[in-house]
Design a protein around this ligand. Structure first.
Ligand code: BGC
Length: 526
C-alpha cells in the first residue's frame, strides 16, 4: 500500500493540466515570434530556403543520407511521380566514439565510406562506370554532370542555413559532442570526404529531418490543403512548418524564391523555453539536465523525446529504491511475492547506469493490459535484469512510466497547438483537415501517444474539441529519406536553371555570378 501511495505522489509531479497546456501554448507562440524577429533566441526558427511543398508528381533517382540519431542511413530513392516511390537503404549504427570524436573529419569520413559501400552494393553498375570514366577522362571538365548523383543530406541538428546546401552547425544535441564541427559548414565537411574518395556524388541539399518529413508527407498525401507541419518524436524532437514569408522579420541572407510567399521554418523546438519560464521542472528533470552533455539547453527535448524519457523514469525508480519504507523491487522472502520467488536486481542492471533504461520499456509498460502485467514483468527481466518483480512493483513501474509519457505527449501538443494557431488555418473557411506529418519511435511505438496529444489539443483555447477534430496527425514514414530526395530534386532543378541562365548570359555577353546561396527551392506548391 505504501508503495502504491508513494507512486501516486511521485506520478502527480508529472501532471500537466489543461491550464498548464494553455500557458505553454501562449509562451510557445511568444517564443515563435521572437525567433522570427531575431537570431539567438530560444526557439531558433531557422529559415530553410525551402519555399514550397511538393504535389506528388516529382520524378527521378536521388541519394539521401541521414545522420541524426543512433543510426546512419544511406538510401537511394526513385520518385515515381505518382505519389509513390521506391526506396533502397542500408543502416549502420554510429560507433559511440565517433559521436564524441576529436575531429569532425573522423565522423564525416566514416559517413563518406558508408556512401561508397552503399553505391558499390546497390548501384554497382553506375559506380563502376563512373570509375572507368574517371580513368579514361583526363580532364575534370570531361566528367559529365549528369553522371553525378545528387544527394540530399538529412542532418538533424540545429544548423544555421545560408542556402539550400550550405549551413553551419550551431550546437550538437542527442549525445553528440564534437566541438571541432561547431560553426563549420556541414555540407562542405561531407563533400570534402566524398571527394577524397572520388565518389560521383554532389551534396545538393541540406535537410533537417523535420523538413524532410514535411516534404515526404506532402508528396505522399497531397490534398487540397498541403501539409502544415513535419515533426519528429523520436530520439530527439523538433518540428518544421510552413510560415508566411511576411511574418519572418529577421533578415534572410542570400536569395530565395519569393513567389510562393512562404518559407518552411525549422523551429528547433527542442530548445523551447530553455529559460524555464513555463516548462515543468521536477527534481528528476534537474538531475537529468545536470548530468547531460549539454546542460541548460534542449530543455523541451529533455522532457519529450525518446532519448530522455527512459532516463527520467530510471531516475525516479532509483530514487524510489532508496526509500526503505516502500520496498520497490525488494522482498524479504518469497512469501511476499505473487510469483512466490524473491525479487532480485542484478548488479549489472541498466537501472544503475545513466541511459540504462531504454524508452522502449515504457511502450511495453503502456501496452501491457494483462491483469498480472506478465509481459511487462518479463521485459523487466529481459531488459533490466530485474527478476521476479511482483505485481505491485510492475504496477508502480507502469504508473511512473505512464505519468512521464503522458506529460511528454501533452507537451508535444503545446508545440503542435501553437503552430496550428500561428498558421491561422482554423479560421479559414471550409472543413479541410490541417495536416501534420510525424515520424519517430515515440509516435510510432508508444501506445496512445497520438490520442494523448489530441486530448490536450482539444483543451487548447482557440482550438477546442471541434478544432482538434480538424487536425490530422499522420505518420510519414521514411520522411528523412524521401523528403531529402525531394529537396535534392528541386535543388538540382535550380542548378540546371542557373546553368542555362548562365550560358544564356554568356551568349548575350552578360555574365551573372551565381552563388549556391542564390539557388532556391521552388518545389511545385500544392
Ligand atoms: C535536433 C533537431 C532534430 C530533432 C529530431 C533534435 O535534437 O536539434 O534538429 O530535428 O532532434 O531528430
Amino acid at each position: 500500500m505504501a508503495l502504491a501511495e508513494e507512486t501516486k505522489r511521485i506520478a502527480a509531479q508529472f501532471d500537466y493540466s489543461d491550464q498548464d497546456v494553455n500557458v505553454g501554448v501562449r509562451e510557445f507562440l511568444k517564443q515563435m515570434h521572437e525567433g522570427l524577429e531575431r537570431d539567438g533566441t530560444s526557439l531558433s526558427q531557422i529559415p530553410t530556403y525551402v519555399t514550397g511543398v511538393p504535389n506528388g508528381t516529382e520524378k527521378g533517382l536521388y541519394l539521401a543520407v541521414d545522420l541524426g540519431g543512433t543510426n546512419f542511413r544511406v538510401c537511394s530513392i526513385h520518385l515515381n511521380g505518382d505519389t509513390t516511390f521506391n526506396l533502397t537503404y542500408s543502416k549502420v549504427a554510429i560507433p559511440k566514439e565517433l559521436m564524441v570524436a576529436k575531429k569532425a573529419s573522423d565522423l564525416f569520413s566514416f559517413l563518406a565510406k558508408q556512401i561508397e559501400l552503399f553505391l558499390r552494393t546497390h548501384h554497382g553498375a553506375h559506380f563502376d562506370a563512373s570509375i572507368r570514366r574517371r580513368q579514361t577522362v583526363s580532364t575534370p571538365e570531361g566528367f559529365r554532370d549528369e553522371h553525378i548523383f545528387r544527394l540530399g543530406f538529412t542532418f538533424s541538428f540545429p544548423v544555421q542555413q545560408f542556402g539550400i546546401n550550405k549551413g553551419t552547425l550551431m550546437r550538437w544535441t542527442k549525445g553528440f559532442d564534437i566541438p571541432d564541427a561547431i560553426g563549420k559548414d556541414v555540407c562542405a565537411l561531407l563533400q570534402q570526404e566524398i571527394d577524397n574518395l572520388h565518389l560521383p556524388v554532389k551534396v545538393a541539399a541540406l535537410v533537417n529531418d523535420t523538413v524532410g518529413t514535411l516534404m515526404a508527407r506532402s508528396y505522399t498525401s497531397p490534398g487540397k490543403t498541403s501539409t502544415l507541419v513535419g515533426a519528429i518524436f523520436g530520439t530527439g524532437t523538433n518540428g518544421a512548418y510552413v510560415e508566411k514569408a511576411s511574418n519572418i522579420k529577421k533578415p534572410i541572407k542570400g536569395d530565395y524564391d519569393r513567389s510562393t510567399g512562404r518559407m518552411i521554418i525549422n523551429t528547433e523546438w527542442g530548445s523551447f523555453d530553455n529559460q524555464l519560464n513555463v516548462l515543468p521542472n521536477t527534481s528528476y528533470d534537474i538531475a537529468l539536465d545536470q548530468e547531460s552533455v549539454n546542460p541548460g539547453i534542449q530543455i523541451f527535448e529533455k522532457r519529450v523525446s525518446g532519448m530522455f524519457l527512459g532516463e527520467i523514469v530510471r531516475l525516479v525508480i532509483v530514487d524510489m529504491l532508496k526509500n526503505a519504507e516502500i520496498s520497490l523491487f525488494r522482498d524479504d522472502h518469497s512469501g511476499q511475492n505473487d510469483w512466490k520467488s524473491t525479487t532480485t536486481i542484478a548488479p549489472e542492471s541498466g537501472l544503475f547506469k545513466q541511459w540504462g533504461l531504454d524508452s522502449s520499456l515504457m511502450s511495453v509498460a503502456a501496452a501491457d493490459s494483462t491483469p498480472d502485467h506478465s509481459s511487462l514483468r518479463q521485459e523487466l527481466e529481459k531488459q533490466l535484469h530485474i527478476y521476479a518483480a511482483s505485481l505491485e512493483d510492475a504496477r508502480a513501474f507502469k504508473d511512473i512510466a505512464y505519468a512521464v509519457g503522458r506529460r511528454a505527449a501533452r507537451l508535444s501538443a503545446v508545440a503542435l497547438g501553437a503552430i496550428v494557431l500561428q498558421s491561422g488555418q482554423l479560421q479559414e473557411p471550409g472543413d479541410e483537415p490541417i495536416d501534420i506529418g510525424v515520424d519517430g519511435s515515440l509516435v510510432e511505438h508508444y501506445p496512445f501517444f497520438r490520442d494523448m496529444i489530441y486530448e490536450a489539443l482539444a483543451a487548447v483555447e482557440g482550438i477546442g474539441p471541434e478544432g482538434a477534430k480538424r487536425i490530422r496527425i499522420g505518420i510519414a514514414k521514411d520522411g528523412s529519406g524521401v523528403g531529402a530526395a525531394l529537396i535534392a530534386l528541386v535543388a538540382a532543378g535550380m542548378e540546371k536553371k542557373a546553368n542555362v541562365d548562365y550560358l544564356h548570359g554568356v551568349r548575350n555577353g552578360i555574365v551573372h555570378k551565381f552563388t549556391d546561396s542564390a539557388r532556391q527551392l521552388t518545389a511545385t506548391v500544392g
